[in-house]
Design a protein around this ligand. Structure first.
Ligand SMILES: Nc1ncnc2c1ncn2[C@@H]1O[C@H](COP(=O)(O)OP(=O)(O)OP(=O)(O)O)[C@@H](O)[C@H]1O
Ligand SMILES: [Mg+2]
Length: 404
């Protein structure tokens, strides 16, 4: 069954309704809630949009669900909000089983992708809408609306009609409208997709500031890895209804769990190879084409010699220099030829061909050096063993992944 929050005037109110009524304990500002999903599955016919998902989000955490289109992010969010019933499994908010509760009985507010403000109402009226509907006293409404407009930095626009605001301003009104209810959990489904890149960056910083100030739990859905990494305390990378990796942005970026995660979070520069010998400190990987890479031994714990793996290195970890010099002892290195060199202002981006038949991406910061390698030039690439990660190859069909 689906309880669709249609974006018409009546249902926007439902999306921002304060669950303080109907028997659920009213919330006070700053109060937070933890989220627990226990083996949640959502099927649409044959498709498992969300597949046996277990997830814990701590009180006050900024948590992001990240993944490609169709991986089940929105479906997960809608089940937590109560707009969609799970086919199997349970959902707990603040330790209470809410699986069968309708949206208005959950201590949750949602900012949907299409945030649908009332264009004919001014900013303050938009923010006040849910409170008025609940017959909160006028003074109290004014106080809370003022507080929210200050929080999202819009007090000067309070009399402006929502239809006359920029995208970023509308976004902040939508946020204020959700936060004014003092939800313990705020769900955000790609709320910045309508904004241009520069505004998105500003809003990311804003949103993180607001979340820190109000201290409530944020569950944020996006397919933009940079956005997720910028704001999140922790993030989960989803694929085909399952979580492939979960951790701090740093850990997931620097040491991704799978090839898919490595590739999804940016240019990953993966080389296929075989695990060689290892001692207590370092392990070697024989890369197809002949090179040998070194990684710290604890990066390959649980894998045996001869195992098929891929080694990866992030583009900004690679040092690029014109050949002739010897690589630093102990560093991984490859000789390569620059195919494309692109000046990006903050640096240079290089696409290089390696003798292994794999092309790699390298980012070099613009430090003002006179001699940036040019297209066609031979270069030496070097990077530290600890900047090298090892993942299972995941080029096999998706249904076999769990057997790997
Ligand atoms: N009501 C529905 N009926 C049938 N299939 C659905 C329904 N809602 C979602 N799906 C399917 O479930 C899968 C997951 O959809 P979902 O909207 O959760 O993806 P998403 O990760 O949010 O993607 P996007 O980044 O494109 O928003 C998709 O294959 C989608 O087509
Ligand atoms: Mg979605």
């Amino acid at each position: 069954m689906s309880r669709e929050p249609v974006t018409t005037a009546g249902t926007v109110a439902a999306a921002v309704a304060d669950p303080g009524q109907n028997g659920v304990r009213p919330t006070s500002p700053g109060e937070t809630i933890d989220v627990h999903l226990e083996r949640v599955t959502k099927r649409f016919g044959d498709l498992a949009a969300v597949d046996d998902l277990t997830l814990d989000i701590s009180s006050g955490e900024f948590f992001s669900l990240l993944g490609p289109s169709g991986c089940g992010k929105t479906t997960t969010l809608r089940m937590i909000g109560g707009f969609e019933d799970p086919t199997a499994g349970q959902i707990f908010l603040g330790g209470q089983d809410v699986t069968l509760r309708p949206p208005y009985k959950r201590d949750v507010n949602t900012v949907f992708q299409s945030y649908a403000l009332f264009p004919h109402l001014d900013v303050a009226e938009n923010v006040a809408f849910g409170l008025k509907r609940k017959k909160v006293p006028k003074r109290e409404i004014e106080r809370r609306v003022d507080e929210m407009l200050a929080l999202v930095d819009l007090p000067q626009h309070r009399m402006r009609k929502a239809g006359q605001l920029s995208g970023g301003q509308q976004q902040r009104v939508a946020l204020a409208r959700a936060l004014v209810n003092h939800p313990k959990l705020l769900l955000l489904d790609e709320p910045m997709s309508a904004l241009d890149a520069k505004l998105r960056k500003q809003m990311q910083i804003e949103l993180k500031r607001i979340q820190t100030e109000v201290g409530i739990t944020f569950l944020y859905v996006t397919h933009d890895q940079e956005e997720a990494m910028t704001m999140s305390d922790r993030l989960a990378v989803m694929r085909d209804g399952r979580i492939e990796d979960l951790g701090s942005p740093e850990r997931v970026y620097e040491r991704p769990a799978t090839e898919f995660v490595a590739s999804f979070l940016g240019a990953s520069n993966l080389l296929a190879g075989t695990l060689g010998d290892h001692d207590a400190s370092v392990a070697s990987v024989e890369v197809e084409g002949g090179a040998v890479m070194t990684v710290p031994s604890d990066f390959v714990t649980g894998r045996s010699r001869g195992a098929r793996v891929k080694v990866g290195v992030r583009p900004e970890k690679i040092h690029i220099q014109v050949t002739g010099e010897d690589p630093d002892a102990g560093w991984n290195h490859l000789r390569a030829r620059v195919r494309v060199s692109t000046f990006t202002g903050v640096g240079n981006q290089y696409l290089v061909d390696t003798p292994l038949g794999t092309e790699l991406t390298v980012y070099a910061q613009n430090l003002g050096a006179a001699t940036a390698p040019r297209s066609g030039e031979e270069v030496l690439l070097t990077w530290r063993p600890e900047h090298t990660f090892v993942v299972e190859p995941s080029d096999t069909p998706v249904q076999n992944e769990e057997e790997q």
